[in-house]
Design a protein around this ligand. Sequence first.
Ligand SMILES: NC(=O)c1ccc[n+]([C@@H]2O[C@H](COP(=O)([O-])OP(=O)(O)OC[C@H]3O[C@@H](n4cnc5c(N)ncnc54)[C@H](OP(=O)(O)O)[C@@H]3O)[C@@H](O)[C@H]2O)c1
Length: 215
Amino acid sequence: MQIMNVGVLGSGDVGRVLAAGFAGLGHDVKIGSREPEKLKDWAAGVGSHASAGTFEEVARFGDLIVLATLGVATTNALKLAGVQNFERKVVLDTTNPLDFSGGMPPRLSIGHDDSLGEQVQRMIPNARVVKAFNTVGNQLMVHPHLPGGPPDMFICGDDAEAKKLAAQVCEAFGWGVIDIGGIDGSRYLEPMCLVWVLHGSLSGQWNHAFKMLHQ
Ligand SMILES: NC(=O)c1ccc[n+]([C@@H]2O[C@H](COP(=O)([O-])OP(=O)(O)OC[C@H]3O[C@@H](n4cnc5c(N)ncnc54)[C@H](OP(=O)(O)O)[C@@H]3O)[C@@H](O)[C@H]2O)c1
């Protein structure tokens, strides 16, 4: 994988873990927030490959963009970032449309015949969106070490070249890759996040990840 400018939209755990992961691989990373000042110390701690900016600065900066914003606020984050700044770029969409208003477990605010991945792709039609990293907790996203070996990251998206890059990223972070097809596969990957969450709630442990076994 070539060294890239990676823009990470999102200041939460996922944004920070993936931004640090990309910086660790030698990529130049800019992580974004509506209040980028709060990320300055964090970026300085990651090192010279990391900086912080507004959502718009991040979207302009990235050759590859990671979307790691609150699911129900993701369309607003894209507007703040400027949809024109995503033209032809590969976008790794980690988001899940979780609605916590009724407590735990959250319900999906979109589903069955649409998904957040598809909404994101419709908002930025000239970008190449790949759903990835949404089916595992942030603690295991980068270099997971599990007794059963490397887990599998399920991905989907409409552009084959974009999925090739997404797969390279997953592999560089220590994952196998399972491609399930077009971006409408997000209808199935987003609920899969709840399978992960429900097992965690029941077991009280958050150290699991999916793996597909083949004969
Ligand atoms: N946490 C996990 O382990 C995990 C695992 C897999 C997938 N995911 C998914 O990954 C995404 C990020 O999760 P997270 O836990 O790291 O963080 P999060 O708390 O879900 O999202 C934080 C980000 O959302 C932005 N945001 C919140 N409200 C906004 C609004 N009204 N308009 C624009 N932006 C807004 C925040 O902006 P500011 O920086 O300005 O506050 C911040 O950058 C979510 O969609 C989540 O479902 C999470």
